[in-house]
Design a protein around this ligand. Structure first.
Ligand code: PHE
Length: 479
C-alpha cells in the first residue's frame, strides 16, 4: 500500500503547526480585542484560558491524530462509536473558514501589489487616494476581489498538492522565520513613531481605552471571558481538526506535550508582537482610524503607510507578512479536508490521490470564496438574511460575517467541548497518556490534564460558547 508521508523533522512540524496557528486572527483579532477588553486584564484571562483549555485541547488533538494516524474524521471514527461523526464537523468548519479566509487572504495580496505600485508611482498604486477610498474602490470592483481571492485559493492548493513534507513543511520552515523577522522590523518602525506610546497604553494599561473614550464602556467579565475564549480557539486552530490532522503526521519519537506548549507560547508571542506593530502605528498616524475588522488592516494600516517615510517599502513588507501568515493557516485548513479523502483512497488501495483531491477541494473553496467576495461588506447580491428570511444583523448581513459566526462562534467551541467530553468521559484520558508517554517521553502535566479535560475545560467551553452565541445573536444573557 502507498506510504503515508509525514513531516521530515520536528522543526518542520513545529513551524507548520505554528504557521497554522499564526494567521489573520493574530494580526487583527488579538491586538484589538486585547485593547477593547481591558488590556492587561484581557491578557491575563487569555493566558489562564490558554493554559487550562488551549494547551489541554492542543495536547488532546495532537495525541488523537498521532495515535490513530488519521485525519479528523478517521481519528474520531477509530476512537469512539458515539463521537464518530465529530470529524465531519471539523471538515465543515474547515470549508466555512476557508470561504472567508481566502477572500481576506486575497485582499492582502492586492495590498502587496498596491504598495509595489506606490513604490514605483505606477497606476496600480493608491494614486493619491486615501486608505478609505482605495478600499472602497476595491470593494466596489468585485471582479478584482474575486480574482485576488482565487489567486489565494490557487496558492493554497498548490502548496497542499506538494504534500505535507514537500509542500507544507517547506513553505512554513522558510515562511515562519521570515515572518518573525519582518514583524520585528515593522515593530521597530511602528514603536519609534511619535505618539506610538498611546498604542502601547491602549494595549497594556487596564481601563485606558475607556478613560480616553476609545471604547464607550468597560465590558463585563463574561464578555471578556468569551471574547478571550473565542479568540483563543480561532487563533490556536483548535476545535476543528487541524491539529488532529497535523498530529497524525508527527513522528512517534517526538514529545507531544513540549510541542503543544511551544505552539501555544509562540502563537501568543506573535499575537502580542503583531499588536506592537499594528496598534502603535494606528495611534501615531491615524488616530481616528478603525481599530478592528478588515478596516483596521486595509484602511487604517494603509493610511499609516501612506504617511510614513518609506511607507511603501514598509507596506510591502507588512502585507507580505500578512500573506505569509494567512497562507500558512489556509494550507492547514485545506489539509484537514484533503487528508481525510486521501486517507480513504489510500485505505481502499486507490493509491495517492492527493493532487486530485486538492483540486476538487480547492474548486469547492473557490466557489465559497467567490460568494464572499461578491457580496462582502454589504455589496450587491443575495445576503444570508434574504436566504434565511431573518432580520438584518451583525451576522446575517453579509456572507463573511455569516461564515465567521457559524464557524468561529459556534462550531469551533462546540468541537472543542465535544472533544473534551469524548476524551474525558467516553474513552478516558488514559488514551492521551499512553500516546504522550511513548518512546520514554514523560507526561509532566498528566494530573492537571486529567482534571482539566474532564471538568475545567468543558465548563469553560460552555461559558465561551454561551458568550459567543450571546454576542453574535444579541440575546442579552450577559448584559
Ligand atoms: N489560527 C488561524 C488564525 O489565527 C486560523 C485558523 C483556524 C487556522 C482554524 C486553521 C484552523 O488566523
Amino acid at each position: 500500500m502507498e506510504e503515508r508521508k509525514g513531516f521530515g523533522s520536528n522543526f518542520g512540524f513545529l513551524m507548520a503547526a505554528v504557521g497554522s496557528a499564526v494567521g489573520l486572527g493574530n494580526i487583527w483579532g488579538f491586538p484589538n480585542k486585547m485593547g477593547a477588553n481591558g488590556g492587561f486584564t484581557f491578557l491575563i484571562i487569555y493566558l489562564i484560558l490558554a493554559a487550562c483549555c488551549g494547551i489541554i485541547v492542543m495536547i488532546g488533538e495532537l495525541a488523537l491524530g498521532r495515535k490513530t494516524g488519521k485525519g479528523a474524521v478517521g481519528a474520531y471514527k477509530a476512537l469512539s462509536k458515539k463521537f464518530k461523526w465529530l470529524g465531519w464537523l471539523g471538515i465543515l468548519s474547515a470549508f466555512l473558514i476557508l470561504f472567508f479566509y481566502c477572500a481576506l487572504g486575497g485582499y492582502c495580496i492586492k495590498y502587496v501589489v498596491l504598495n509595489v505600485g506606490n513604490l514605483f508611482n505606477a497606476g496600480f498604486g493608491s494614486n493619491g487616494l486615501s486608505g478609505a477610498d482605495v478600499f472602497g474602490n476595491f470593494m466596489s470592483n468585485q471582479m478584482e476581489s474575486v480574482i485576488y481571492g482565487l489567486i489565494f485559493v490557487l496558492l493554497t492548493m498548490l502548496i497542499v498538492m506538494g504534500g505535507v513534507g514537500g509542500g507544507i513543511e517547506k513553505v512554513c520552515s522558510v515562511g515562519m522565520p521570515a515572518l518573525f523577522i519582518i514583524l520585528l522590523i515593522c515593530i521597530i518602525r511602528a514603536c519609534t513613531l511619535p505618539g506610538a506610546v498611546n498604542g502601547l497604553k491602549y494595549m497594556f494599561v487596564p481601563g485606558w481605552a475607556v478613560e480616553n473614550g476609545v471604547i464607550p464602556k468597560a465590558p463585563n467579565f463574561f464578555s471578556v471571558l468569551s471574547t478571550a475564549g473565542g479568540q483563543m480557539f480561532f487563533s490556536l486552530s483548535l476545535g476543528m481538526g487541524a491539529m488532529i490532522t497535523y498530529g497524525s503526521y508527527l513522528s512517534k519519537k517526538e514529545n507531544l506535550e513540549k510541542n503543544a506548549l511551544l505552539i501555544v507560547i509562540m502563537d501568543t508571542i506573535v499575537a502580542l508582537m503583531a499588536g506592537l506593530c499594528v496598534i502603535p502605528g494606528r495611534f501615531a498616524l491615524d488616530p481616528e482610524g478603525a481599530l478592528g475588522g478588515p478596516a483596521l488592516l486595509f484602511i487604517t494600516m494603509q493610511n499609516v503607510f501612506d504617511k510614513m517615510p518609506l511607507g511603501s517599502v514598509f507596506g510591502i513588507l507588512f502585507y507580505l507578512l500578512v500573506v505569509f501568515a494567512a497562507i500558512s493557516s489556509s494550507i492547514s485548513l485545506l489539509e484537514v479536508i484533503v487528508a481525510h479523502f486521501c486517507d480513504k483512497a489510500r485505505d481502499a488501495g486507490k493509491g495517492d490521490k492527493r493532487k486530485a483531491y486538492s483540486l476538487i477541494a480547492a474548486v469547492a473553496v473557490g466557489l465559497g470564496c467567490v460568494l464572499v467576495c461578491l457580496d462582502c461588506l454589504g455589496g450587491a447580491g443575495i445576503a444570508p438574511m434574504d436566504l434565511l428570511g431573518v432580520e438584518k444583523s451583525g451576522w446575517s448581513d453579509c456572507w463573511l460575517d455569516f461564515f465567521d459566526c457559524v464557524s468561529e462562534g459556534i462550531m469551533m467551541p462546540l468541537g472543542a467541548l465535544l472533544m473534551c467530553l469524548c476524551i474525558g468521559w467516553e474513552v478516558g484520558p488514559k488514551v492521551v497518556d499512553d500516546e504522550v508517554t511513548l518512546e520514554g517521553n514523560t507526561f509532566k502535566s498528566k494530573g492537571f490534564f486529567n482534571i482539566c479535560v474532564k471538568f475545567i475545560t468543558p465548563i469553560a467551553m460552555l461559558l465561551v460558547l454561551a458568550g459567543q452565541l450571546d454576542s453574535f445573536f444579541g440575546f442579552g444573557w450577559f448584559g
